[in-house]
Design a protein around this ligand. Structure first.
Ligand SMILES: [Zn+2]
Length: 69
């Protein structure tokens, strides 16, 4: 799926390693959508901001099971 936020990268499905939470994230701009939300331009969260309260830094190495949609 093409990213509706930056229009320059692909949105992939991934799992946050420490929480096993399924998210959708753009490979280019790190826009993140939690599972179950509609992937739209106006409702993304930044990957690093989203995982900071979980004690993560927002690195791609903190994700697993990355799957192209
Ligand atoms: Zn993007």
């Amino acid at each position: 799926m093409w990213c509706p936020r930056c229009d320059q990268g692909e949105v992939v499905k991934a799992v946050i390693g420490v929480t096993d939470e399924i998210v959708y994230i753009c490979e280019e701009c790190d826009a993140l959508w939690v599972d179950g939300t509609c992937i739209k331009k106006d409702n993304f969260t930044d990957f690093s901001a989203y995982v900071e309260p979980k004690g993560l830094q927002g690195l791609w190495s903190e994700l697993k099971d990355i799957l192209k949609l």
